[in-house]
Design a protein. Structure first.
Length: 373
């Protein structure tokens, strides 16, 4: 039985281990702190494969493919764990608050239709028929019925349980410091608690992934982008759809959960590993979101938190082989770690088990940074 070490017990690492275990591997997942409590815990769980994009790029097809895998992905994990992860294909609204937004969304609608994506451009009255609590100031917007959400914290709980039931060892408080390499082939890892041997190592350590054996992998650099989030509690349902109120990277989002918790986000801050909330950050989120749903002003704050999105230089994931044999990367998913878990897990499993590089990930290899003109 081949032995694999996966670095990072977030959604990417635990999704890979979940599928790799089906192929009779001996798997250890190493987590520097507590399993499932970094970016995967801090997320809002949006599956915004269409709403995330202001302009078409090939990466969008990758995101849509992963979104469309989500129902089977969640069903598998729910069956293995016994936990309902609250997957909702609830649809997503992008509201326009002014003429500039409206013009941008009209152009967005045209190119999405041109590429065959299902989307609607609706006026303010039509949007308020879908979500009655939307502000009267909203003039129009986009509606993508195939985007949605999952309860990321329940999904992480389910992944941890399903992995443990399948005899995947999840070891917390083990920080990987260096790789063990012999004849340019991975041999294991060195941690704060000693060394562990393995035939294959997958680095799924998110924002911390390029800190291991720095400079070993040419041009491998991932940095943290802080996002602050706040949640409110309603005593009854206020809305059903996810509101993605971001235009060209500015704005926020509103995610209603089944227990009437409402998650609001988020800031985008390039300040290193500084995990804390600021009054300015939380207030900006509350202001942006209450401009969209005025009723939010009446609700009580129940939680504030922050997390780190792992970002590569070109804002695309890094998935695939490295210059070291059997050392594989699955990181830098930035804003889309939850969304891209199914397709990343499938691609990495296929790479390890059959040696096949799926066409979907060929553009995400680390070599792209070495081939720049």
């Amino acid at each position: 039985m081949k032995k694999a070490i996966i670095i990072g017990a977030g959604i990417i690492g635990l999704s890979i281990s979940h599928y790799l275990k089906k192929n009779n591997f001996d798997i250890i997942v190493l987590e520097k702190s507590k399993a499932g409590e970094e970016a995967s815990y801090a997320s809002a769980g949006m599956l915004a494969a269409q709403s995330e994009f202001d302009f078409y790029e090939k990466f969008m097809d990758f995101c849509i493919k992963s979104r469309d895998m989500y129902a089977d992905f969640c069903k598998d994990i729910e069956n293995a764990s016994g936990i309902n992860v609250e997957l909702q294909k609830c649809g997503m609204i992008r509201p326009a608050l002014n003429e500039g937004h409206e013009l941008h969304f009209k152009q967005n609608y045209k190119w999405q239709k041109k590429h065959g994506f299902e989307i609607e451009f609706l006026n303010g009255r039509e949007l308020r028929k879908i979500e009655s609590k939307l502000s009267e100031n909203i003039v129009s917007g986009l509606y993508t019925k195939n985007d949605g959400q999952v309860n990321n914290r329940k999904l992480m709980e389910a992944l941890i349980i399903s992995n443990k039931k399948n005899n995947v060892k999840i070891i917390e408080n083990y920080e990987v410091k260096d790789y063990l390499i012999k004849n340019n082939k991975i041999n294991g890892v060195k941690t704060n608690n000693g060394t562990l041997n393995a035939d294959i190592v997958v680095n799924a350590a998110g924002s911390w992934s390029s800190l291991i054996s720095q400079e070993l992998i040419p041009n491998f650099k991932v940095k943290p982008i802080r996002g602050q989030i706040v949640s409110l509690q309603a005593n009854k349902e206020i809305l059903k759809k996810v509101i993605f109120a971001s235009v060209l990277g500015k704005g926020g989002y509103i995610v209603p959960r089944k227990d009437n918790t409402i998650i609001l986000g988020s800031t985008v801050e390039d300040i290193g590993f500084e995990k804390r909330n600021t009054e300015e950050g939380i207030n900006s989120i509350l202001k942006n979101c209450s401009n969209i749903i005025p009723k939010l002003k009446d609700l009580k704050i129940i939680e504030k938190w922050s997390g780190f999105r792992p970002l590569a230089e070109d804002q695309l994931p890094i998935i695939g082989k490295t210059n070291i044999e059997n050392l594989i990367l699955a990181t830098a998913h930035h804003r889309n770690g939850i969304l891209l878990a199914p397709i990343t897990a499938k691609a990495i499993t296929e790479l390890i088990v059959n040696g096949n590089i799926l066409p979907e990930i060929k553009d995400f290899n680390i070599d792209r940074f070495n081939n720049k003109n």
